[in-house]
Design a protein around this ligand. Structure first.
Ligand SMILES: [Zn+2]
Length: 404
């Protein structure tokens, strides 16, 4: 099993400059190789240049330009040429299929953000100072860069990549791990209902609250986006200092929300997978289709739409919780698989309107967002618990209909 890790690097000022130069030089190598392939393709002979031919020129290029191309790892340069090779392979595949794809494009230095090292120990070394309490990664031409290693790396490191995101630099590792042992069976089953008031409710009547920090971060993000929207839209290099700061602030807050959401999702999913053998949840894709207000076509001008009552603010809140659930479900499925647990997605239609006691289906069973009160048999419960119970039942029906 291959697992990826992403850690923030803490380069010194000098290392930051070197990292920028490393990216710039790999970008210009990419663009030069692209130019060569384009020229060959446009030539009357329609020659195509292969990766092997371009890779064979690397030695010369490095010898010719020792101050720039010669500084960096041979292997990371090969990986850059291979990336271009992949782009061309995809391009030719689509041409062959009769499509009209665009030729692979030149990358501006802002659109080229990653340098790959295909093998740890070749041009790079993860944990290059093992006796030091601070973790470092050594990169050829840059030095030993400090890394914020916030979790242990399990298994043998295979590949190392360096990525720029905004003003930050990350190191991304892939490590080979042994298959985890499945967890022992618990005999427990659960259904979950994902909500706005609570992150989720389960069929046993428990609630997992929405993270507190989530709402605070969203409020800050909204404010930052409002500030940003006051600046005119101009090209990146024409922005004033205040404008640049506003862009950076929005990006930082997005990153923070993303990281908090990820941590919360990991923790919640882990608890569920430890406790239950079988987990049923609503199918988010179906739920989103049901929930989105239908677009209203404007009869006066065909092809345009009238407002349908979906406000922008509700949109932001919803898109943030939807993203949270999407991340959570992805993590839940991955954890369940490695632990040998069953996870099933069910059609959420009527799960909030069906009485778990008598089976009566009615929208009136749910007088408010939180309460369920069956108009037929009088059953009373929290609406989300009822939803989760119905999800569990639907999941069991599905499982029994398609036994593994
Ligand atoms: Zn009932």
């Amino acid at each position: 099993m291959i697992r990826a890790y992403k850690f923030l690097m803490r380069p010194t000022v000098g290392q930051t400059a070197a990292l920028g130069e490393m990216l710039r030089d790999h970008c210009s190598l990419y663009n030069a190789a692209l130019q060569e392939r384009r020229d060959a393709y446009r030539h009357a002979s329609k020659t195509s240049i292969k990766y092997g031919q371009q890779s064979a020129q690397l030695k010369e290029i490095r010898a010719f330009d020792p101050e720039r191309q010669g500084r960096w790892s041979f292997s990371s340069q090969q990986a850059t040429l291979r990336r271009l090779d992949k782009a061309f392979a995809a391009f030719f595949r689509r041409v062959k299929a009769g499509e009209r794809p665009g030729c692979p494009r030149f990358r501006g230095v802002n659109w080229f953000d990653t340098v790959d090292f295909p093998k740890d120990g070749d041009g790079c070394r993860w944990n290059s100072t093992p006796h030091d309490p601070v973790t470092r990664v050594r990169l050829q031409g840059v030095g030993h860069v400090k890394v914020n290693q916030h979790r242990p790396v399990v298994g043998k490191v295979k590949t190392v990549s360096v990525k720029r995101e905004g003003r930050r630099w990350y190191v991304i590792l892939t490590a080979e791990q042994a298959e985890p042992e499945p967890l022992p069976a618990t005999g427990s089953m659960v259904g979950i209902d994902m909500g706005i008031a609570n992150f989720l409710a389960d069929s046993n009547g428990h609630f997992v609250p929405n993270p507190r920090h989530g709402r605070k971060a969203v409020a800050k993000l909204e404010a930052a986006q409002r500030t940003l929207s006051r600046f005119p839209r101009v090209r990146r290099d024409k922005r004033a200092a205040n404008h640049q700061r506003a862009v950076q602030r929005v990006a930082d807050l997005h990153r923070k929300v993303r990281r908090q959401r990820l941590d919360y999702a990991h923790k919640t999913a882990l608890d569920l997978v430890r406790e239950h053998d079988f987990i049923a949840h609503e199918d988010l894709r179906i739920r989103n289709m049901l929930r989105a207000p239908a677009p209203k076509a404007d009869p006066e001008t065909p092809g345009s739409f009238l407002p349908n009552g979906a406000s922008a603010k509700a949109g932001l809140n919803r898109s943030i919780s939807d993203a949270g659930w999407g991340v959570f479900l992805t993590i839940l499925h991955a954890k369940a698989e490695s632990a040998g647990r069953d996870v099933i997605a069910v059609d959420p239609r009527n799960t909030s309107r069906t009485c778990p006691e008598c089976g009566h289906v009615s929208a009136e069973n749910r007088p408010t967002q939180e309460t369920f009160h069956c108009v037929s048999c009088g059953h009373n419960a929290h609406a989300d618990t009822v939803g989760a119970l119905n999800v569990l039942r639907a999941g069991l029906v599905r499982r029994d209909a398609n036994p593994a």
